[in-house]
Unconditional design. Structure first.
Length: 167
């Protein structure tokens, strides 16, 4: 009877520890979210136009839970395998010379383009996408060739993303 009791207690303790560790790991990997705007510190500027697609570096980081977004390079790197949701907005006041356009890139593949071209008034285009990412996959936003992006203290050009669930 005492051997049975000992084995039952050991098994129960082992399951409890295993469950506790699994829950702890599960909670930590689910905490991935970031949001940033193009410029920091009340700056006002245009970025572009460039003759080739150019990575935008969103310097004003509002949220970076999990530190998966790098504000030095503008690149998000997936820390866990799962489904992620991304949103990006690109803006520029219209002046008849350049449209606003930004493409979301997964690794080296263009996913979706947010693009706006009009003669008068300000222009803003937004897109969103859900993507499956493996650990180490990268996601970033490029200003489309011959377009530009604008930002000011109102934070009109932004990039955000978060983990939906692990897989």
């Amino acid at each position: 009877v005492s051997l049975f009791l000992f084995l039952s207690l050991s098994l129960s303790l082992s399951l409890s520890l295993s469950l506790s560790v699994s829950l702890s790991l599960s909670l930590s990997v689910r905490q991935v979210a970031f949001s940033a705007s193009l410029l920091a510190g009340g700056q006002v500027a245009y970025v572009g136009p460039f003759s080739a697609h150019t990575t935008l570096i969103f310097k004003n980081v509002v949220t970076n839970i999990g530190n998966a977004y790098n504000p030095t390079t503008g690149v998000f790197t997936a820390p866990v395998r799962g489904a992620y949701h991304f949103e990006w907005t690109v803006s520029t006041p219209a002046d008849n010379s350049h449209a606003s356009g930004a493409v979301l890139v997964k690794n080296s593949e263009n996913v979706f383009l947010a693009y706006e071209d009009q003669a008068t008034g300000s222009m803003t285009s937004s897109k969103a996408v859900a993507l499956f990412l493996d650990v180490g996959d990268v996601v970033f936003v490029r200003v489309w060739a011959n377009t530009r992006a604008y930002d000011d203290p109102g934070h009109h050009t932004t990039f955000s993303g978060h983990l939906l669930f692990t897989m």
